[in-house]
Design a protein around this ligand. Structure first.
Ligand code: IVH
Length: 681
């Protein structure tokens, strides 16, 4: 019996490792998330029965139970050097000339890689087991961040081809945060009134510095390997083959690598990525060009802190100079008041920018941004533009420091500073500015998705006292709407229809919509999954809420308090009375159970996020590339090369109409692009 458990544990670990690799490294899952969770839970159960069989390399052991007190320092066996930068073709050619001089008559080749904008990391594997992760630090000594790096699913805890693994192998690379995860993280932080990270790199660095790896594990960091550090035996005599070896060991290596025979090929590849970089789901800030052969690297050597065999080609920073016409203050849905710079319109990375975030009043004071100032603005990860620097020399002589408001700009009530001092809030719970934002959130796409109701309509509804809380949406009739400015029969009918359609949204969407502090989409799903109905959530006590893994004391308290507030309960009651009927979990359809689906091209009825969400909700897995395990490819307009691959492999291809039939759902139109633009940014 015990031998059986041992074997089963072993087999489960092997299966899970393989599926982690397929999912996080290859981007080609073979099983659905649900099937994965089943294997994982079985392993967890067996390890609970046999704690003596738990080993550090088990897929269940990525997150440690206890926060650490502080980071210890690690001396790098081989220093982690930095690299020199070039900014244009001329400088890059000058680098090539220096290389040619250094190597005399020898022929040489290059390897060109993406320059991932994250945090440099050294991973140490001993006999194939992951034992240490250290930051670059000052190049000689870094911080031991093993506990946090263990939580990164693309970092294998145990290498493939164990028998070939050297006794010591240091793998150097970049830890990064995908753009999507960064946006999600900041959105959550905004909801919780926490300071926002300026860009994915800062968010990565901040996450690696967390003392509690349970929090780090939720940050969805990832890793790309791009160099070897200390090695007890050589892997190869050149870089390109080293990357191949890394891949064979199951390490994530960025697929966009070019083996270039000369500087012209290098330049072509670099210039090409300047355009394509926006399509990546992580940030890059340039390219890295490396001499391929190690003997030639040695010959070239290093100057000071950077090698002569390697250079970066940095993309032009997406910055622009403009003027701050005014600083406006804006009340958010939880009453947080934030400053926004209204700018002289300027072209930045292909779009005209008129506003920039100033985050909060502390940040504004630190940068001392004033009305009339000339400033540099930057797009952080192609997201919200921000003011990065004031050009002091150009400051008008009579300019004044911007004073944070003492009263709410919307309702004139007193404002209060948060305990940690970062945010200022309006103290009036009935503030109309706050109400407006709450209603926009409620009707928004990720929530109740009332697609005909945007900020402009909400302004009118609030100004005319037609909507004073969420439930009032469901009390509107056509005549009430016809009284609004510029409202025609057709628009009024469309609005009423879209309100009607929103009545049957899933429970998690309603939970996300009603504005419980600290509860965003992810936590709303967890609550809906765990409790199944609004009634049970309403009755849950703090202990029950806290017992859920991902829900901490602060959130538990906020949920508990929300459902003890008479006003909130009354609104919910009215929502239900007026026809809102959140769909219970468990009635969730599993039409796509276990199916691996690849989507390509533009769809008419779903955005990228929506199709992924729909597939996941119906039990399927959305994969990014076609393989023989793909069940079918859903092809929209202008499908890419994935469709050729599907044909080649004989994978079934269906269009959107067939898909809608398959999932047995009526089609719904997406919010039009121009409507989205009515939002703040
Ligand atoms: S090679 C001695 N390759 O860029 C050369 N670095 O400014 C070692 N980086 O600290 C680095 N992507 O954090 C290399 N494909 C890549 C990279 C890369 C990002 C970072 C790395 C380094 C910094 C240099």
């Amino acid at each position: 019996m015990s031998e059986d458990i041992r074997e089963r544990i072993d087999s489960l670990r092997q299966q899970l490792r393989r599926h982690d690799y397929l999912y996080y490294v290859q981007n080609q899952p073979e099983i659905s998330d649900h099937q994965y969770d089943k294997l994982f839970d079985e392993l967890k159960q067996l390890e609970k029965q046999r704690p003596d069989l738990v080993t550090a390399d088990s897929p269940t052991q990525r997150v440690s139970g206890q926060p650490i007190e502080s980071f210890t320092q690690v001396r790098h066996a081989i220093p982690m050097l930095s690299i020199d930068n070039t900014y244009n073709a001329e400088e890059l050619r000058a680098f090539d000339t220096r290389v040619r001089k250094g190597l005399g008559t020898e022929k040489y080749d290059y390897v060109v890689e993406l320059k991932i904008d994250g945090v440099a990391m050294s991973l140490r594997y001993e006999k194939g087991y992951f034992v240490l992760a250290a930051t670059r630090g000052n190049g000689e000594v870094g911080d031991d961040v093993t506990a946090n790096v263990r939580t990164i699913k693309s970092v294998p805890l145990l290498l493939n081809n164990l028998k070939d693994a050297p006794d010591v192998m240091e793998v150097r690379g970049e830890v990064y945060m995908p753009k999507k995860s960064f946006e999600k993280l900041n959105k959550g932080r905004e909801n919780e009134g926490e300071l926002l990270f300026a860009n994915p790199r800062n968010a990565t660095a901040g996450s690696l510095k967390l003392l509690d790896s349970r929090i780090a594990s939720q940050r969805n960091l990832s890793f790309f390997a791009y160099a070897a550090g200390e090695l007890s035996q050589d892997l190869a005599d050149n870089h390109f083959d080293t990357l191949k070896k890394f891949r064979d060991f199951g390490l994530p290596v960025n697929p966009n690598v070019k083996h270039a025979k000369d500087i012209d090929e290098v330049l072509d590849f670099c210039l090409g990525w300047e355009d394509k970089k926006k399509d990546l789901d992580y940030q890059i800030d340039g390219m890295v060009i490396k001499i391929n052969r190690y003997d030639q690297r040695e010959k070239l050597g290093a100057t000071g802190r950077s090698p002569r065999w390697c250079i970066s080609y940095k993309f032009a920073a997406e910055q622009a100079e403009t003027k701050v016409n005014s600083i406006a203050v804006h009340v958010g849905k939880s009453g947080i008041i934030t400053p926004i710079a209204n700018l002289e319109p300027v072209l930045l990375a292909g779009t005209t920018v008129k506003r920039a975030s100033l985050h909060n009043f502390e940040e504004l004071a630190r940068k001392d941004v004033r009305e009339g100032d000339s400033v540099m603005i930057e797009k952080a990860g192609e997201i919200i533009p921000q003011v990065i620097e004031v050009l002091i020399d150009k400051r008008p002589r009579n300019s004044k420091k911007f004073q944070p408001p003492k009263k709410c700009p919307n309702c004139g009530s007193d404002v209060k500073k948060d305990e940690d001092g970062a945010y200022i809030r309006c103290t009036n719970r009935d503030c109309l500015g706050m109400l407006r934002e709450k209603l926009i959130h409620f009707a928004g796409k990720g929530q109740m998705d009332i697609d005909q109701i945007g900020p402009a309509i909400i302004d009118q509804l609030v100004d005319n006292s037609l909507v004073e809380d969420f439930s009032d949406f469901y009390k509107l009739d056509k005549n009430m709407l016809l009284g609004l400015e510029r409202m025609g029969e057709k628009s009024a009918s469309n609005i009423i229809d879209s309100i009607e359609q929103s009545k049957n949204r899933p429970l998690w969407r309603l939970l996300n919509a009603i504005g419980i502090n600290h509860v965003g989409a992810q936590n709303a799903r967890i609550l809906a999954d765990r409790f199944g109905s609004l009634d049970t959530i309403k009755k849950a006590d703090k202990e029950e809420l806290e017992a859920i893994d991902q829900i901490g004391p602060k959130m538990a308290e906020s949920i508990y308090d929300y459902f003890r507030n008479d006003k909130n309960l009354k609104v919910i009651d009215e929502l239900l009375k007026n026809g809102v009927k959140p769909q219970q979990q468990g009635t969730k359809s599993d039409n796509l159970a276990g199916k691996i689906i690849v989507v390509t091209g533009t769809l008419e009825y779903f955005s990228r996020d929506e199709i992924k969400e729909t597939i996941a909700n119906l039990g399927g897995t959305a994969a990014s590339s076609v393989s023989k395990n793909t069940d079918f490819v859903l092809a929209g307009e202008n499908p890419g090369s994935k469709i050729d691959k599907a044909r080649e492999l004989g994978v079934k291809i269906i269009d959107e109409k067939e898909f809608l039939k398959l999932i047995d759902q009526p089609a719904k139109k997406l919010i039009k692009e121009d409507k989205k633009k009515e939002l703040l940014f």
